[in-house]
Design a protein around this ligand. Structure first.
Ligand code: PGA
Length: 241
């Protein structure tokens, strides 16, 4: 069975004062794995704050472990800061920084090489969905972004559902997750055990419905992960799913 994971992506939010939210989340005993991905600037202090089934992750890493890349953070540095995971290929990075699936695969491999579990993000735009290309786009992003082996997590995040309040319907999520599970089973020996997260406007009010969808093993949560009061009910919904 794939592990159940509630992952929070703080994006470019969160200061020292917000570490108290992490303490509150960490104090909540969960049976699911809980991961918060704060900014690189906060990572090491965040790692010192959490314990138990909770860990922290980076939001991106470079494809190389060191070198002349001003402003970038390597997977080795993220691991050294105390992280266990790293998000790669988030649609905001693909859009803002022109990251291709080939770049994302290199970053995921760098994460694995450093001892991190990459959370590989994929998902279609609204235009692609409206053109009926969702399954094709997701399949091609998945095969091109995924490292050839190693422990990974996949997050399906329809770009049109991120930060918009628009959530994909259970049927839409089921269609994509079932297709991803089949594809993973076809291409990797561990394909049946790779956790598949849904992301895009997940909140306390819709979490249970989303976690009831077949082949959904958790969520990657943006806005609703910033406050413990919003995130803990999502963890609780996953625990009982
Ligand atoms: P959201 O973001 O929950 O705020 O929609 C999800 C994400 O980008 O991972």
């Amino acid at each position: 069975m794939p592990e159940k994971i509630a992952a929070g992506n703080w994006k470019m939010n969160g200061l020292s004062a917000d570490l108290s939210e992490l303490e509150l989340i960490a104090a909540h005993a969960a049976t699911s794995t809980v991961v918060i991905c704060p900014s690189a600037a906060l990572l090491s202090r965040a790692a010192d704050t959490v314990s138990g089934r909770m860990s922290v992750g980076g939001q991106d890493c470079h494809g190389a472990q060191s070198g002349a890349h001003t402003g970038d953070t390597s997977a080795t540095m993220i691991k050294d800061a105390g992280a266990a995971y790293v998000i790669v290929g988030h649609s905001e990075r693909r859009a803002d920084h022109g990251e291709t699936s080939e770049t994302v695969k290199a970053k995921a491999q760098a994460g694995l090489d450093a001892g991190l579990t990459p959370i590989v993000c994929i998902g279609e735009t609204l235009a692609e969905r409206e053109a009926g290309q969702t399954l094709e786009i997701v399949a091609s992003q998945l095969s091109a972004s995924l490292p050839d082996g190693g422990s990974v997590v996949v997050a399906y995040e329809p770009v049109w559902a991120i930060g918009t309040g628009l959530t994909a319907t259970p049927d839409q999520i089921a269609e994509v997750h079932t297709a991803m599970r089949q594809q993973l089973a076809d291409i990797r020996d561990d394909g049946a055990d790779i956790p598949l997260l849904y992301g895009g406007s997940v909140k306390a009010a819709n979490a249970a419905e989303i976690f009831a969808v077949p082949d959904v093993n958790g969520a990657l949560v943006g806005g609703a992960s910033l406050k413990a009061a919003d995130f803990i009910p999502i963890i609780q919904a996953l625990d009982v799913s």
